[in-house]
Write a protein that binds this ligand. Structure first.
Ligand code: SF4
Length: 697
């Protein structure tokens, strides 16, 4: 056992905190890394309890084929041969990969290269589709590229921080701690929370706007209109650096009465918020899943960005729109093209020049010619028999996808399901013909990228258990067995990182935004010692600005940012009679479907079972008292939870956490109740938009 502390990165949220891990005879001791620029030594409860989640209980330790232990060679050969046969008979679009924002950038890179460059389809999507896809499209529409303009320090420098659809106190706790510390130091800093629900985050807010669900586009359109009416626009910035302002302003116009109806806010509340924005030169607007997980998530993102562009509040210290990523490596996945709608290194599948460039670099026989299937479409295609083989890695879609029962049926219907996971028995793994044991946190090596574009190392400090191997190795071995030996001869995660860096710099004269070419020749030693680094980091450059767009130059063809017209939908929410709006989200001490945090007694002590927040009026209507059980239902599925009365919740809403699954609650899986409606631009599911019925259980 190693006794020296190993510098690594927390595997949970997108804050990406640095961790010091020491393994010894008494287990693994965890501390915050004082030198990591995301957390400067801080950790939240989940990060602190990492050592308690590393046991071997439930681990998948050997490859399995149809429930029987198999050798790696037999399992990998079966995967390669079956994929080859299905592709030969049905074409490349008949197979798919479904990945995870928990995977390391190197794993993502190999998956994309194999699928898009060698198999020849872009059917490689990820649970990041459930998390960030609307922000990706919103960024591209406005900036010409998927760029987060700012950095964490901006939150500390701002005079006004707006949190939209974000329970930062529980979902990005260390960033919240930084914000709390900044507010204590600079008491004039104001914080506005925009959330239908009063959360822990509201306790720090100077103003909480309990907005109507999906009222965000109207709210920010109203802000744009108000800024124009009050003469608060930065007309010089608009004229010199942007396009389409007039169209966006025209689309934003609505009467005050309509604005109040759509947002469910009073004129006083709206005026106070709009005045705060107008009088604060340094404004950061952070947005998270309340924005993204919506059928109009992309328009919400652009409505927010419009207000920052209209006032020139972008690219400057303490000013800008700021997307808070959910997962630890959603950003790293995006950088290597880890979505069915992207190519690699932020290049476009639809761009012939980009396709040619990537194919030349990979020297690949194919290159995906069109976008692949997004997550919801991919499982639909499985159900319809169009996809006949799927490889699921590091995620549990039977719990986490919307319409989760449909996903289970689709997997049951699929002729060939491969699952790579650290656990032997997940709801998804039960459908697998082949199960491949993956390495977990503390066992694997690679990089992740956090919400402020900072690349950090995850380092191994524990031996690989049983026969478990890295995800990238599993895919490279399958690729070789499919006949693509030369392109997948990786010996280590370093080899892949260096290739990824070389691709980002390949024939790139500075016109593409993502470039970490400085690492193309990185040695084993330098990779081992890689310090947290923000991208871009071009060849020959030692350090670059932490912020993009400081000079008002964007990555569009004409270098100008685009305002996007974001008309508010005719109805705020189509309400089905006698139903309630189901809002879902995280609790402080659990992560995703609890496959890791569920192992920690300390974490489970915070909230031990699924609950349903309901207004006192609604509880009395259905005859339920505090702590009694309620049944939440849609057609064909129901979930039991304990009632918690929340006097700040409106009568037509309830909130249920998304974590509990069949292993932790006999009747969990709240996402089985959520329909699979998606945003039309991003394909991101509206996970907070279900209509359900509630009754006493
Ligand atoms: Fe881990 Fe996020 Fe907590 Fe940091 S804030 S310790 S990254 S869960």
């Amino acid at each position: 056992m190693k006794e020296d502390a190993i510098r690594t990165t927390c595997p949970y949220c997108g804050v990406g905190c640095g961790v010091l891990a020491t393994s010894g005879n008494d287990g693994v001791r965890i501390k915050g890394d004082p030198d990591h620029p995301a957390n400067f030594g801080r950790l939240c409860s989940k990060g602190t309890a990492l050592g308690e989640t590393l046991g071997f209980e439930g681990r998948l330790l050997h490859p399995e084929v149809r429930g029987e232990r198999a050798s790696w060679d037999d399992a990998l050969t079966l995967v390669a041969d079956t994929f080859k046969q299905i592709i030969a008979e049905n074409g490349p679009d008949s197979v798919g990969f479904y990945l995870s924002g928990q995977m390391l950038t190197e794993d993502y890179y190999v998956a994309n290269k194999l699928m898009k460059g060698f198999i020849g389809t872009a059917n490689v999507d990820t649970n990041s589709r459930l998390c960030m896809a609307s922000t990706v499209v919103g960024h591209k529409r406005a900036f010409g590229a998927d760029i987060v303009p700012g950095c964490y320090e901006d939150l500390e420098l701002a005079d006004l921080v707006i949190l939209v659809g974000s329970n930062m106190a529980w979902c990005h706790p260390v960033l919240f701690q930084r914000l709390q510390a900044a507010k204590a130091e600079r008491p004039h800093m104001k914080i506005v929370l925009i959330d239908p629900r009063r959360t822990k985050t509201a306790e720090m807010a100077d103003l909480h706007l309990a907005i109507a669900p999906d009222g965000d586009v109207a709210l920010f359109n109203g802000l744009l209109q108000n800024l124009a009416d009050q003469g608060q626009l930065d007309q010089d910035y608009i004229d010199r650096h942007t396009n389409n302002f007039d169209k966006a302003l025209a689309a934003a116009k609505m009467s005050t009465a309509t604005l109040c109806t759509k947002t469910d806010l009073s004129i006083d509340q709206l005026s106070r918020f709009y005045q705060l924005f107008a009088e604060s030169k340094k404004v950061v607007t952070c947005f998270s899943q309340g924005v993204n997980q919506s059928s109009e998530g992309t328009n919400k993102v652009n409505a927010i960005i419009n207000c920052h562009l209209a006032t020139g509040r972008i690219g400057k210290p303490g000013a800008g729109p700021f997307s808070l990523t959910g997962q630890p490596n959603a950003m790293g996945g995006r950088e290597v093209g880890g979505l069915a709608t992207m190519l690699a290194a932020h290049m476009e599948i639809g761009n012939e020049l980009h396709r040619g460039l990537v194919q030349r670099f990979w020297q690949s026989p194919h290159i995906a010619a069109a976008q692949g299937m997004k997550a919801v479409d991919m499982f639909d295609a499985l159900a319809k028999g169009k996809i006949k083989a799927i490889w699921v890695m590091g995620t549990n879609p039977v719990v986490s996808m919307p319409a989760a029962n449909k996903v289970a049926d689709a997997l049951a219907n699929c002729p060939f399901v491969v699952v790579s996971d650290i656990l032997a028995d997940t709801e998804t793994a039960r459908f697998a013909q082949v199960k491949l044991p993956a390495l977990g946190w503390g066992e694997k090596d690679g990089t992740v990228t956090n919400s402020e574009r900072c690349i950090s190392r995850q380092r191994a400090f524990l031996p690989a258990p049983g026969r478990a191997r890295p995800d990238w190795w599993q895919m490279a071995e399958v690729a070789k067995r499919m006949g693509y030996d030369a392109a997948f001869e990786y010996q280590s995660a370093r080899d892949i990182f260096a290739e990824h860096a070389a691709l980002s710099a390949f024939q790139n004269e500075g016109e593409r935004d993502f470039d970490i070419g400085a690492f193309a020749d990185i040695s084993d030693v330098d990779y081992d010692e890689l310090q947290p680094t923000q991208w871009p980091r071009r060849k020959g450059q030692k350090a670059v600005s932490q912020r993009f767009f400081a000079g008002g130059h964007f990555f569009t063809p004409d270098g100008r940012a685009n305002f996007v017209a974001t008309p508010a939908t005719p109805e705020t929410q189509a309400t089905v009679p006698s139903t309630l709006r189901l809002n879902t989200g995280r609790v402080r001490d659990h992560w995703h479907t609890m496959t890791r945090t569920g192992k920690s007694a300390a974490l489970s002590a915070h909230i031990a079972e699924p609950f349903c927040e309901v207004s006192p009026e609604q509880a009395s209507k259905i005859g339920v008292r505090p702590a009694e059980l309620v049944e939440i239902t849609t057609e064909g599925h129901s979930v039991l939870a304990r009632a918690i009365l929340n006097p700040h919740l409106s009568d037509d809403q309830i909130f249920v956490p998304m974590h509990w699954n069949g292993n932790f609650s006999s009747n969990g899986r709240i996402n089985a109740l959520v329909c699979d409606q998606t945003d039309p631009f991003s394909g991101q599911p509206a996970l907070k938009g279900a209509q359900v019925k509630l009754r006493s259980a």
